[in-house]
Design a protein around this ligand. Structure first.
Ligand code: C5P
Length: 225
């Protein structure tokens, strides 16, 4: 089995940033599972399909052609890198992600990313459902206010519209929906290392996570720091 590191946590906890840095550091593949749910959310909205129409949702999730290329995300050949990052797409993602059949449709797709030389996967249920056998499981969190502030800065950097108080409200709403759904709710795996990152810098989180990785997968030291 290849090395698998899962990083789960709520929206804006910094898990995407840490996952990418960690994958670069150790030369591993990186799976941004939230992007898959965002793509289904975007495609669903564009097709004007209501999240209650389960068969249509599954058809969309199963048929979409997705490509991750040079930091860009293509949906059926169209560059949707920015379109999937809006709060609207995030909310659409969280609605379709509550549908068990959509999660099933994406399960094997995500598992196929676990190949040589190894994988860093970030999301909500990477350690609990998709890769329960992962050797390192991190659950990264931070206060809703801090997460909203980070999201605000990210959106501004990308030239997208943002309002801090709306973001705090949306983050709380999304946390609530993600934590209380019946399938794969947002929860640390029993064997996850829970890290509260409100007062930590990216470098500090990365340092702690990479030490945990090297304790379990010392062979990765050759590739990384
Ligand atoms: O991580 P990100 O904010 O991009 O995820 C968007 C939404 O996709 C989340 O709010 C969550 O509802 C859903 N998601 C999920 N399971 C994952 C990753 C994301 O349910 N593994």
């Amino acid at each position: 089995m290849v090395p698998i590191i899962t990083i789960d946590g709520p929206s804006g906890s910094g898990k995407g940033t840490i996952a990418r840095l960690l994958a670069d550091l150790f030369g591993l593949h990186c799976l941004d599972s939230g992007a898959l749910y965002r793509l289904v959310g975007l495609a669903t909205e564009r097709a004007r399909v209501d999240p209650s129409m389960v068969e249509r949702l599954v058809a969309i999730a199963s048929a979409m052609q997705v490509e991750f290329k040079d930091g860009c995300v293509l949906l059926d050949g169209e560059d949707v890198t920015l379109a999937i990052r809006t709060e609207q797409a995030g909310n659409a993602a969280s609605r379709v992600a509550a549908v068990p059949e959509v999660r099933d449709a994406l399960l094997q797709w995500q598992r196929n990313y676990a190949r040589e030389p190894g994988l860093v996967a970030d999301g909500r249920d990477m350690g609990t459902v998709v890769f329960p056998e992962a050797g390192v499981k991190i659950y990264l969190t931070a206060s809703p206010e801090e997460r909203a502030r980070r999201r605000y800065n990210q959106l501004k950097e990308k030239g997208l519209d943002a309002n801090l108080s709306h973001l705090v409200a949306e983050i709380r709403e999304r946390d609530d929906r993600d934590s209380n759904r019946s399938v794969a709710p947002l929860l640390p795996a029993p064997d996850a290392l829970v890290m509260e990152s409100t007062a930590l810098s990216i470098a500090e989180v990365l340092g702690q996570v990479s030490s945990s990785v090297l304790r379990v997968y010392p062979e990765l030291a050759k590739k990384g720091a």
